[in-house]
Design a protein around this ligand. Structure first.
Ligand SMILES: Nc1ncnc2c1ncn2[C@@H]1O[C@H](COP(=O)(O)OP(=O)(O)OP(=O)(O)O)[C@@H](O)[C@H]1O
Length: 277
C-alpha cells in the first residue's frame, strides 16, 4: 500500500532524511517512533505530498502521492484548523475535496463525530474548542473520506484519556476495515493497544522494523522479589526459571513477586544505549 524507498532530504546543514525506507501494508498500523529530530515528521510530510524528497521514491497504491491525494488522510503534528469555521464545515470541506457529497457525506459526518465524541461540538467554531477537542476535530478531517492511507503525526499529543481512547478505537477500526496507517507517537503503550507493527527511526532512517514481539525478542526482562532478607532484582532473558532460582535462594517469608517482561520503552533504551540515535 505504502512504499517509501531510500528517501533523502537535506535542510541546509541538517540531513533530515538519510535513506529512509518504510513499507506499510493495507490493514497494518505501523507505529513510527524515534527521538526528537529523527525525521518522522519530515517523512510524513513527504508521503502526504507536502514536501519533495531530494532522492528516493514514495508510492501510494503504486502512484506518487500527488496522484493519490483523495486516498490519503493526514493529521499533522501541529493543529491546523481554521479558527472561525465550525467542525461540521471543516468536515464538509475535507469530505468534498475528496469527492464525498450529499447523504454519503452527511452519514460520514454523523458516524465519525459519534465515534470521536464530537457531536456536541459540531457547530462550534474550531477556535473555540479545547485542545483535546481540536485534536479530535483534526483527526476527523483526516478520516472523513475513509482514506486508504492514514498518516497520523502524534495524534494524541496532549489528549486526555477519553480523547486518546476514542482516537485509538477509530484508528484500529479503520485498519480493520483495510486502511494502511502510519502512526507517529512518543507514547509507546499506545502501539501495544493498537496492535501496531513498529518502525524505529534514528538519524533520518528506519533502524529497526517488525512486530513488537520480534523486536522485543532477546531483550531482558526483570524479576523482582521482596523477601525476609531484603529485595532482589535480576535482569534476565528467562523470567520463569530466574524466578524459581531466586525463590530457592531467598529467606522466607516472601512478601512479593513481580515479573516484568521487556517493553517497547526497554527497546527504545537499548537502541539508545547502542548509540544509534
Ligand atoms: N523546515 C526545516 N528547516 C530546517 N530544518 C528542519 C526543518 N524541518 C525539520 N528540520 C530538521 O530536520 C530534522 C528532522 O526533523 P523532524 O521534524 O522530521 O523530526 P521528528 O522525528 O518529527 O521530531 P519530533 O519527534 O520532535 O517531532 C531535525 O533535525 C529538524 O531540526
Amino acid at each position: 500500500m505504502l512504499q517509501a524507498i531510500d528517501l533523502t532530504k537535506r535542510y541546509a546543514e541538517v540531513q533530515a532524511l538519510a535513506g529512509f525506507s518504510l513499507e506499510v501494508a493495507a490493514g497494518e498500523i505501523a507505529g513510527l517512533v524515534g527521538h526528537n529530530g529523527a525525521g518522522k515528521t519530515t517523512f510524513v510530510e513527504m508521503v502526504s505530498g507536502l514536501l519533495r524528497p531530494d532522492g528516493g521514491v514514495v508510492l501510494v497504491d503504486g502512484r506518487p502521492p500527488g496522484q493519490s491525494r483523495d486516498r490519503i488522510g493526514v493529521s499533522p503534528q501541529h493543529i491546523a484548523l481554521y479558527r472561525s469555521i465550525t467542525v461540521r464545515e471543516h468536515l464538509r470541506l475535507y469530505g468534498k475535496l475528496a469527492g464525498l457529497r450529499g447523504a454519503a457525506l452527511r452519514r460520514e459526518i454523523d458516524d465519525l463525530s459519534g465515534a470521536l465524541r464530537l457531536t456536541g461540538f459540531l457547530d462550534r467554531p474550531a477556535g473555540l474548542l479545547s485542545g483535546g477537542q481540536q485534536r479530535r476535530a483534526q483527526a476527523a478531517t483526516a478520516l472523513i473520506h475513509r482514506p486508504t492511507l492514514l498518516l497520523l503525526d502524534e495524534p494524541t499529543a496532549g489528549a486526555d484519556p477519553d480523547t486518546r481512547q476514542a482516537l485509538l478505537d477509530v484508528v484500529r477500526q479503520r485498519a480493520d476495515d483495510g486502511a494502511a496507517v502510519v502512526y507517529t507517537t512518543h507514547y509507546l503503550n499506545e502501539l501495544t493497544e493498537l496492535r501496531a507493527t513498529i518502525a524505529v527511526a534514528a538519524k533520518g532512517r528506519v533502524i529497526a522494523r517488525g512486530s513488537s514481539a520480534q523486536l522485543l525478542d532477546g531483550l531482558p526482562g526483570e524479576v523482582r522479589v521482596s523477601a525476609a532478607d531484603g529485595p532482589v532484582q535480576v535482569s534476565t532473558n528467562d523470567l520463569t526459571s530466574t524466578l524459581l532460582e531466586v525463590l530457592r535462594t531467598v529467606r522466607r517469608p516472601v512478601d512479593s513477586v513481580e515479573l516484568h517482561p521487556p517493553t517497547l520503552d526497554d527497546l527504545y533504551r537499548s537502541l539508545a544505549a547502542a548509540d544509534v540515535h
